[in-house]
Design a protein around this ligand. Structure first.
Ligand SMILES: [Zn+2]
Length: 163
């Protein structure tokens, strides 16, 4: 994406600011101007309220990436996961501070802000959220799910929230 667009979107990337429908309570990230869940979704127009996601969630699905995209060569293998937040939206992000083999479906994680990548020699540094295992969960899920192909693209960290 363009640098301009990146910076425009950066504030909400940093703080996981989404939106919540006051009529049915559904939370969206990225924020939506209207609630598609409500049967009469036009009623939610201009009523959506800003909502701060906590960043807490559990690994819903994940894949171990061995072929790094440009800019990620130093990080392979790394884990990309779909994380279901406690508020509902599903976020895509890299799971760090844990061995890929330790990541399992159901693992509790928390969003943290990290450097995502550097662009070229000019050193444009992109920041965004990544996930780390939640500290209070030393109890790991007994069943280790298979790595489900999620997406092997480079972590972009925002997209595919609540579609
Ligand atoms: Zn709604």
């Amino acid at each position: 994406m363009s640098i301009a667009r990146f910076w425009r979107e950066t504030p909400r990337r940093y703080n996981l600011g989404g939106s919540k429908c006051p009529l049915c309570g559904t939370v969206y990230f990225p924020p939506r101007p209207v609630c598609p869940t409500c049967p009469q979704h036009r009623r939610s127009l201009e009523k959506m309220v800003p909502f701060q996601l906590s960043g807490d969630g559990t690994v819903f699905s994940f894949t171990v990436v061995h072929d790094a995209a440009e800019g990620f060569e130093m990080q392979v293998p790394y884990v990309m996961a779909l994380v279901k937040t406690v508020e509902g939206p599903i976020l895509t992000g890299q799971v760090v501070d844990v061995e890929p083999g330790e990541v399992a479906i159901g693992l509790k994680v928390r969003a943290t802000f990290r450097k995502l990548r550097e662009e070229g020699k000019a050193g444009v540094i992109h920041y965004g959220y990544k996930f780390t295992p939640s500290l209070e969960t030393d109890v790991r899920p007994p069943a280790r799910g298979p790595a489900v192909p999620v997406e092997t693209a480079a972590p972009t960290s925002t997209d595919r929230a609540s579609a």
